[in-house]
Write a protein that binds this ligand. Structure first.
Ligand code: SF4
Ligand code: SF4
Ligand code: SF4
Length: 307
């Protein structure tokens, strides 16, 4: 090695990669990967880059570094109640999906490479796959607009004093989707000075009891309401990769038309769609570790069994 080479600082990723190989190699040498594992049918959704489950369990030293650097704080450590892999990190999508944040800090922070340091882009994460598990409740399939649905639910819960945080969140989404004319109608109703998003949202400060009935009628009649829910795609951190597309279908028995959210190969199973799905129980759920190719093979087998 030349003096120059000896003095060249190695990159953090390269250092981590080297140390990963060393730790994994040591684990294998000492038979750590054959440590008997308590069995469970349920697979945890692991942070991005997690090695195959057995190797992951052998390599993870339960240090919690990944959890500490995660900006949205979506990583938890398994407790005794989880039954196996105690102390290992996992994500509960309904509580908060992984946003595949830039640079994948959890991966960089992992000292052993249990989260594989070869992974540098969220779009290559392969954590699992989104599956439409409850098509009967899916608003897209039912042709229902998500914002109108959420406003109506808010009204059912408490029309006189709806949850202000939730109402603000819904109105902010609605306002972003209004046309100029619709914004003007809103401005006239509440005598607002202009039609900026902030001005429209200021109706929440005007009085204690916002006119929820008027807002629901308004939301139900505006152009946006004609569109059925697409929240899973809208909130997806990889939406430009089109991991979900909405396909027009017809029920062969009833002839009824509906829209089916079809999950594509570019889905990495981050869980944000499950977190954000507006139905009471998520209509889309993540199957941890499921790969697109396996799902396709499963679909083909089902088709063969039906013919
Ligand atoms: S990539 Fe996901 S799990 Fe990792 S730090 Fe970012 S949000 Fe957290
Ligand atoms: S940083 Fe790595 S070793 Fe530490 S708990 Fe997370 S996955 Fe395990
Ligand atoms: S569809 Fe998008 S949000 Fe849902 S799991 Fe796949 S990548 Fe994540």
């Amino acid at each position: 090695m030349t003096k120059k080479q000896a003095n060249t600082p190695i990159s953090r990723r390269k250092f981590l990669k080297t140390s990963t190989m060393a730790v994994t190699g040591t684990a294998i040498a000492y038979g750590a990967v054959s440590v008997p594992l308590l069995r469970s049918d349920k697979l945890f959704l692991r942070p991005p880059g997690a090695l195959d489950e057995k190797l992951f369990l052998a390599s993870c030293i339960k240090c919690g570094q990944c959890l500490q650097v995660c900006p949205p704080q979506v990583i938890e450590l398994a407790g005794i109640s989880q039954g196996f892999g105690i102390g290992t990190p996992y994500i509960t999508p309904r509580h908060g999906g992984c946003i595949l944040c830039s640079g994948l800090p959890c991966v960089l922070a992992c000292p052993t490479g249990a989260l594989n340091h070869d992974l540098s882009l969220g779009k290559d994460a392969e954590m699992g796959l989104a599956v439409i598990t409850n098509p009967d409740t899916c608003l897209s399939v039912r042709g229902i607009n998500d914002l109108v649905y959420r406003l109506e639910n808010l009204q059912k819960k408490s029309a006189s004093s709806p949850n202000s945080t939730e109402l603000k969140e819904i109105l902010a989404s609605l306002i972003k989707k209004l046309t100029q004319d619709e914004k003007k109608a809103w401005q006239n109703k509440f005598a607002l000075s202009d039609i900026s998003d902030n001005a429209l949202l200021s109706i929440l400060k005007q009085s204690e009891n916002v006119d929820l009935k008027w807002i629901i009628n308004f939301a139900g009649s505006c152009g946006q309401a004609q569109k059925a829910c697409q929240v899973c795609l809208e909130e997806c951190p990889l939406k430009d990769e089109k991991p979900i597309v909405f396909i027009n279908k017809t029920n062969p028995d009833t002839g009824k038309k509906y829209v089916w959210p079809s999950v594509r190969k570019t889905c990495v199973g981050c869980g944000v769609c499950e977190e954000k799905c507006p139905t009471p129980a998520a209509s889309v759920k993540i199957t941890a570790r499921l790969k697109w190719s396996e799902k396709q093979a499963d679909n083909e087998t089902r088709k063969d069994n039906l013919t």
